[in-house]
Design a protein around this ligand. Structure first.
Ligand code: ATP
Ligand code: MG
Length: 440
């Protein structure tokens, strides 16, 4: 992409109402525009990151055997009356009436609806287990929308639902998602720790939150330090036994504020005790027949007896992650994207648009990057060098290639690694090789 043809409305001023780094940088880097409280337009740069995160989440769900579908954002109140949640949910739910005075709502979550889908089609235990998911916008009329997309009112969530005949099988599904989440967050370039959690309005008796440790986190969390550095499971057989992955993590103490047990925590060796602030990026629940019982979602077991299907639900805050990743990956100059989610792989800075040799070299480098699939952003604007440098730092692409008349005379370009700040003078060919290898 050439910057001259792109839409990147970078702000010079730091917006006054943005109190955390991710919110500030997302506004300044032209990633989002607020439309009303907690409701945002995803501008092209932000949209690229959102889609990259969504795709990684999707791939890891598919690996775990979950099947993608799409449910609507607008739901009928009737379904929620069946589970008793229409009244229980309170003012966070955006209630709507259509022209025929029918009560509708903008879905804050989809347990009720998916249970209805399930009961419409599935009759036999032979069709189990099943895991279904979608990636869809939700609405929750939060009391205090804040921190930009991290606590929005409209937000994008990946929500998966599992269906099993027995609790024992449902725990296997839970472990599949637990494992898939560890791999997902590792691929996104962040360390998210699974922590024992409260079940809230979703309900149930087994629940973990996946939490990024960051100073700007809204809640206090407590865990054993070793959990933070534990390697992700990687390639595993999702049909095999995954309980060791779950056990290995849950044998170490980790809990959110609500579930914290100071006595247990004190048993951890002092130097391994970690109390920090955290951002919840995922939340998984096992809740048995909480929805299937009132909605009569039953399947025949092997004796021909109807059984309530045992369910779990598994959320990831896709749009919250954009902010969450920035909270974990930034410095005083701007965002430092992990390679896997960067909006572009490499930024090319032409230091002198009036210099013919620079133009030829930068265009040539740009075209080679396109061919190599490096997804370059070429700053071909007439701006001064200083403006180009700070804009490139702000938007946080993993590598910058600086092409100027002086270097070119010696046959070199400068390669800057955004994360380390390290600069190297290389021939254009060597610079290209470095990039290709970095993204291999
Ligand atoms: P929180 O405690 O932060 O309000 P929650 O427990 O109500 O979240 P869940 O119902 O578990 O949220 O939703 C699944 C995921 O959706 C969360 O882990 C979070 O990543 C994301 N999420 C929830 N509420 C919001 C919001 N207001 N804005 C952006 N993402 C959200
Ligand atoms: Mg939650």
């Amino acid at each position: 992409m050439r910057l001259s043809r792109y839409f990147l409305p970078v702000l010079k001023e730091t917006p006054a109402d943005a109190t955390v780094a991710s919110h500030r940088y997302m506004l300044r880097a032209g990633m989002i525009k607020q439309n009303s409280a907690g409701i945002y337009t995803w501008l092209p740069l932000g949209h690229r990151v959102l889609k990259k995160i969504e795709q990684i989440v999707r791939e890891e769900q598919n690996k775990a055997g979950a099947i993608e579908m799409l449910m609507p954002t607008i739901q009928s109140a009737d379904l929620w009356r069946e589970t008793g949640r229409y009244d229980a949910y309170g003012p966070e739910m955006l209630r709507i009436t259509d022209r025929h005075d029918r009560e509708m709502l903008f879905g804050p979550t989809n347990e009720d609806m998916i249970t209805d889908v399930f009961r419409s089609f599935v009759r036999s235990y032979k069709d189990l287990p099943k895991m279904l998911y979608h990636i869809q916008w939700k609405f929750r009329d939060e009391t205090r929308p804040r921190f930009g997309v991290m606590r929005g009112r409209e937000f994008l969530m990946k929500d998966t639902y599992s269906f099993d005949l027995t609790k024992e099988d449902a725990v296997k599904s839970y472990n599949k998602m637990f494992t898939a989440y560890l791999n997902t967050f590792a691929r996104l370039g962040i360390k998210a720790v699974p922590m024992k959690a409260d079940t809230g309005p979703i309900g149930g008796d087994l629940s973990h939150e996946f939490v990024i440790l960051a100073e700007s986190g809204e809640s206090e969390v407590f865990c054993h330090r070793d959990l933070v550095e534990m390697a992700p499971p990687g390639d595993v057989d999702f049909e095999g036994d995954l309980s060791h992955i779950f056990d290995e993590r849950t044998s170490l103490y980790a809990a959110t504020e609500e579930m914290h047990d100071a006595e247990e925590f004190a048993k951890i060796p002092k130097d391994k005790q970690l109390s920090a602030r955290g951002i919840e990026v995922g939340h998984i629940f096992y809740f048995g027949d909480k929805y299937s019982a009132p909605m009569k979602a039953t399947v025949m077991d092997s004796n021909g007896k109807p059984q309530n299907v045992m369910m779990g639900s598994y959320g990831i805050g896709v749009s919250r992650l954009v902010g969450g990743i920035i909270e974990a990956c930034h410095d005083e100059n701007g965002i430092v994207w992990p390679k896997s989610v960067a909006p572009f792989g490499v930024g090319i800075i032409n230091l002198n648009m009036k210099d013919e040799a620079c133009g030829v070299a930068a265009t040539d480098f740009y075209e080679k990057c396109v061919e190599a699939g490096l997804d370059p952003l070429y700053d071909d604007s007439p701006d001064r060098g200083g403006v180009k440098f700070s804009r490139m730092d702000l938007i946080g692409l993993p590598y910058q290639i600086v092409i100027g008349p002086r270097g070119l005379k010696e046959g070199i370009v400068e390669v800057k690694d955004r994360a380390t700040g390290e600069r190297q003078n290389l021939s254009p060919e060597a610079a290209m090789n470095l990039l290709v290898e970095a993204f291999a």
